[in-house]
Design a protein around this ligand. Structure first.
Ligand SMILES: N[C@@H](CCC(=O)N[C@@H](CS)C(=O)NCC(=O)O)C(=O)O
Length: 203
């Protein structure tokens, strides 16, 4: 199998961490894709042009981190990174959706900042900044829950990828003024899969 990524995509990072956590590294070649470039050869691989994208021999490829993780869980043994959304009376589903929402907003913010200065929208940046602050306050409470501190799951990975993405681009350090979030992040950064996929690490 071949996984197309960009080194700083938080969604690609989630897929890469899952591959490492499941010991699938030897069966998956990780390839850098050229995204956001007119005429990129990558568009012939994945017409949407997004990463992550998993190429599977003899089968159609898969786009989207959540779908890719579901597939990897399906074809391999434990640990399973997908949890049932209904776990703990639907708390797990809320945590995973909120982690994705947090990372989605930060991605919009980063995308805005990477546009030429005259094309950036101060309104969108302010909106995403405020959303991220509100959600970080909520995470300061939620990261202590056993679902966020126990065996690794997608809620944890999306939150880690989002927080690190914001820090990497220098747009926000959400853990700086939030001690529980800072302690959680320090623990997550000890995972070899987190270290191997940090946004600053070249592939
Ligand atoms: N929901 C998707 C989001 C994927 C996504 O938006 N990836 C961005 C990089 S962070 C991308 O490929 N952007 C290139 C583009 O928009 O052309 C997932 O979870 O995989």
């Amino acid at each position: 199998m071949r996984l197309y990524i960009t080194p700083t995509s938080p969604y690609a990072r989630v897929a890469r961490m899952v591959i490492l956590e499941k010991g699938l590294g030897p069966s998956v070649e990780v390839v850098a894709a050229q995204t956001r470039t007119a005429g990129s050869p990558y568009y012939r691989v994945n017409p949407s042009g997004r990463v992550p994208y998993l190429e599977i021999p003899g089968k159609p490829g898969l786009e989207d981190s959540q779908l890719i993780v579901a597939y990897l869980d399906h074809i391999s043994g434990p640990p399973s990174l997908m949890r049932h959304w209904a776990d703990d009376d639907w708390l797990y589903g809320r945590l995973e959706a909120t982690a994705r929402s947090f990372t989605d907003g930060l991605s919009v913010w980063v995308r805005e900042l990477r546009r030429p200065e005259g094309e950036r929208s101060p309104g969108i940046i302010a909106h995403e900044r405020q959303r991220a602050e509100r959600l970080a306050d909520q995470w300061e409470q939620d990261v202590s829950h056993p679902l966020m501190t126990g065996s690794i799951n997608l809620a944890q990975l999306y939150l880690l990828a989002g927080l690190d993405q914001a820090a990497h681009w220098g747009i926000a350090d959400h853990a700086a003024s939030r001690p529980a979030l800072a302690a959680w992040l320090t623990r997550m950064h000890k995972l070899p899969s987190a270290q191997a996929t940090a946004p600053a690490v070249p592939i």
